[in-house]
Design a protein around this ligand. Sequence first.
Ligand SMILES: [Zn+2]
Length: 186
Amino acid sequence: MSEGAARPRPAWVMPALRAGRVRPVVTAPDPVLATCGERVDPRDPVIVQLGADLFATQADSPGCVGLAAQQVGIAAQVFSVDVTGHAKTRTCHGRFVLCNTEVVAASRRERGREGCLSVPDLTGDVARARRLTVRGQLPVSGEWVELQTDGFEAVALQHEIDHTQGLIFLDRVAGPGAVHPRRTYL
Ligand SMILES: [Zn+2]
């Protein structure tokens, strides 16, 4: 029904990044997690390195499907996502970093359980769109790309975009009844 449905999705390829290094992960209530990120120049070598380090740090954390700059202590609009191989994944764009990302369209909100490396002891029930279109810039080239996705990847993207705006999932839960102690680590 959306007017975007008839448009072909522009193809894009995530640029190759050099190997990054694993950075320490910041946990709540560190104030950086509540800080709205600065817009960045995706071609800046410092930002490209940050993207590579997010990949490395994410890969070092089993079950981690996304990581934002705030989680390694930097208030910037940069995050990585990789839902490859996750049981709940439908559409999957593989492993990518996006900068200065904004939501273009969101629909079909449903509740689901979320966790976060920066909130190690809790999970929460959060309503998120299951149909999502976002727009952001690739590192290295700075190319603007539009990404249409659904299901688990859509949830992961909204969780990471929130981080870049200084929000964690605990800011989105319906109330105290929607927060749960974490018993298992994915
Ligand atoms: Zn998180």
